[in-house]
Design a protein around this ligand. Structure first.
Ligand SMILES: C[S@@+](CC[C@H](N)C(=O)[O-])C[C@H]1O[C@@H](n2cnc3c(N)ncnc32)[C@H](O)[C@@H]1O
Length: 349
């Protein structure tokens, strides 16, 4: 008689010594079980799958000057790396409020931090957009410090199912919260060629925005379904092939990065929510309260810089960063994602 017991699904094993796909990297995704493997990967200057290496940690701590008993807000909890360092400095006194919109990573981070001893007595996590910082203030009172580390985490980028990167095949989604709003594939269908061109220029300064938007729009008109990262990548690459300029592999890669970034910004209304956050920020801070914002591209940095400088001229901030702080060469070597980071700060008057 045949055994009817359902077989336990087998874990995907490494095919060799170098796991390539996200699923094969199961060791990297469990640092608590495979700490040696994870440390080895970090030493090679790579970010282990399912993990995020926090950027400019010391520089941020220098700015925020967290003290026991203070009330603070980490607007972008992510993997919780910055939050953990802040919590250590609170020394069990005070409170850290934290938000993230990601419904998958948020519970994992909450659990990880709870296991390290940071439960609800000291850490209050909310699944919400940081544009609602006023709601945090309504609950917490005025804040001593605020941190925002904008954009996406490595966990989100690395997971092919989230569709954030052209480097692996996946659904063309790009939502920070896939349970709300529309995926990039749906949004693309509704855009006119001119609207798409504007998005590529506004969000990523894409120099080939015309050619790329025309190519994408033509394919959609011909009835092509652009529902995966690979299909979009292929269309963009074909559009670049028709440009008289001779683009090398690196130019093409950068262009793909810009196009995916521009779409991500559109899908998540990233500039819109950042502007709301920046407007509400001075009312959220106590006098002497400190804010640090880490941004990863010119569209973000421009908005942060303009807001800080305007509110400084108005006397609402007493001091603002004269120039952005950059990650050290050593950090950029061990974490290439730090290369594009720009850190700005302000102090409430
Ligand atoms: C760069 S990661 C933060 C990493 C974190 N600082 C750490 O040390 O692990 C950015 C995070 O912000 C979240 N995020 C982006 N925009 C957001 C928004 N408007 N509101 C709340 N969370 C947001 C993303 O889902 C992501 O988890």
């Amino acid at each position: 008689m045949e055994d009817e017991t359902p077989k336990r699904p087998r874990r995907v094993r490494y095919k060799g010594t170098h796991p390539k796909s996200f699923k094969e990297k199961y060791k990297e995704q469990q640092p608590e079980l495979y700490s040696e493997d994870v440390e080895k990967i970090k030493k090679q200057g790579r970010t282990p799958a399912g993990m995020h290496l926090s950027i400019c940690v010391n520089e941020i701590l220098d700015i925020l000057k967290v003290k026991p008993g203070q009330i603070g807000f980490d607007a972008t909890l992510g993997y919780g790396g910055h939050a953990l360092e802040i919590l250590k400095r609170l020394k069990k006194k005070g409170k850290l409020f934290a938000t993230d919109v990601d419904p998958f990573e948020l519970p994992r981070t909450k659990e990880r931090l709870e296991k390290l001893g940071y439960g609800e007595d000291i850490l209050q996590i909310r699944k919400m957009n940081f544009a609602g910082i006023d709601m945090i203030v309504a609950e917490a009172g005025e804040l001593n410090f605020v941190l925002a580390d904008l954009g996406v985490s490595s966990m989100q980028i690395d997971n092919p199912e989230r569709g954030f990167t052209f480097k692996v095949d996946g659904p063309l989604d790009l939502r920070l919260n896939p349970k709300s709003g529309k995926p990039a594939s749906e949004i693309l269908k509704k855009l006119t060629q001119e609207e798409l061109e504007e998005i590529l220029v506004e969000n990523s300064d894409e120099p080939y925005s015309k050619q790329i938007s025309v190519a994408i729009h033509q394919k959609i008109k011909q009835g092509m379904r652009i529902e995966t990262t690979t299909v979009l990548k292929t269309i963009i690459k074909e559009a670049l092939d028709n440009i008289p300029k001779n683009l090398n592999q690196d130019d093409v890669k950068k262009c793909l990065q810009r196009c995916f970034q521009a779409l991500r910004i559109e899908v998540n209304n990233e500039f819109g929510v950042l502007e709301q956050f920046l407007e509400k920020l001075p009312y959220a801070l106590k006098s002497g309260g400190r804010v640090a914002i880490l941004s990863f591209h010119s569209g973000e940095d421009r908005r942060v810089k303009k807001s800080f400088q305007y509110l400084f001229r108005e006397g609402i901030y007493s001091e603002v960063a004269p120039d952005p702080i950059r990650a050290s060469p050593a950090e950029c070597f061990s974490n290439p994602r730090a290369k594009s980071a720009k850190l700005r700060w302000a102090i409430k008057a």
